[in-house]
Design a protein around this ligand. Sequence first.
Ligand code: C2E
Ligand code: CA
Ligand code: CA
Ligand code: CA
Length: 278
Amino acid sequence: AKQQGRNTYEVYTEDLDRKLSQRVTLRSELQEAIEHGHLNLHYQPLINREGEVDGLEALVRWYHPTKGFISPAKFIPIAEETGQIIPLSRWVMRQACKDAQQLVAQGLLKGRMAVNLSPLQFHRPNFLSTLRNVLNETHLAPEHLELELTEGILMRDADGAIDILHALSGMGVSTAIDDFGTGFSSLSYLRDLPIDKIKIDRSFVQDAVKSDKNAAICQGVITLALELDLRVVAEGIETVEQHDYLMSLGCEVFQGYLFAKPMPLDSLITWLTQKAQM
Ligand code: C2E
Ligand code: CA
Ligand code: CA
Ligand code: CA
């Protein structure tokens, strides 16, 4: 038993060492990717109840020269820890606004381009001035931009957050709470903060047709959102059944592989053009 215990320990530390060195490698490779422009944006359409495009969400992609596709779920948390999220986010914001403006000019985007924000980015003292600069440089009207924030961002410095949210709302930039329901926050911020939209996390959405508890959560969130005059989005819709069910609950906007996967700008332009001709 003793022997076994030691082996288990060794395996454990080796595993930990390997993970740690992977992270260190990833960190320096991410630095290179940011500097050499190896990051890319994909865009996923959001669909309203009539089946029309309501807006788009920008999602960052990293194609590693040898390792291939690396998921943002893996590198965003590392970038957040190392501070690399700051230059990364700056690039994402500028590129998303630039592409959004191109789509607006081509008559292909009437709604908003949504950009995911990181906590570090949102709470930087120069966040608002940087954002204004990007909008000026890219000529994107603030009415075409939406920022997606997590509950964690708002909880980190609630007083600071409220000032920034009011400033954004004054500018005409809208805000959405992402992954709603997965954080441990109080609901009072929905009353106190100028937020426009709630995105129900896909973990609730996808199981809503299988689990009564998840169905009840979706129903509750949608009712709450409508009562509070917030728009509500269901994330991760993959089946017609999920879509029908969320429709029946009164959900207003839908996002998921059932409608479209995130795609690069050129494919998106083709997709939007075809959709406009339908
Ligand atoms: P998120 O903001 O919740 O983005 C939605 C995720 O769900 C995306 O994963 C999208 O590809 C995926 N998705 C969309 N429809 C479906 C569906 O029907 N089924 C399933 N299974 N998944 C679906 P992705 O692109 O891998 O991004 C993961 C997370 O990484 C994002 O979650 C977001 O938290 C973060 N992220 C992505 N891009 C950025 C960025 O530019 N900045 C920051 N700060 N975070 C980002
Ligand atoms: Ca998001
Ligand atoms: Ca989300
Ligand atoms: Ca998520």
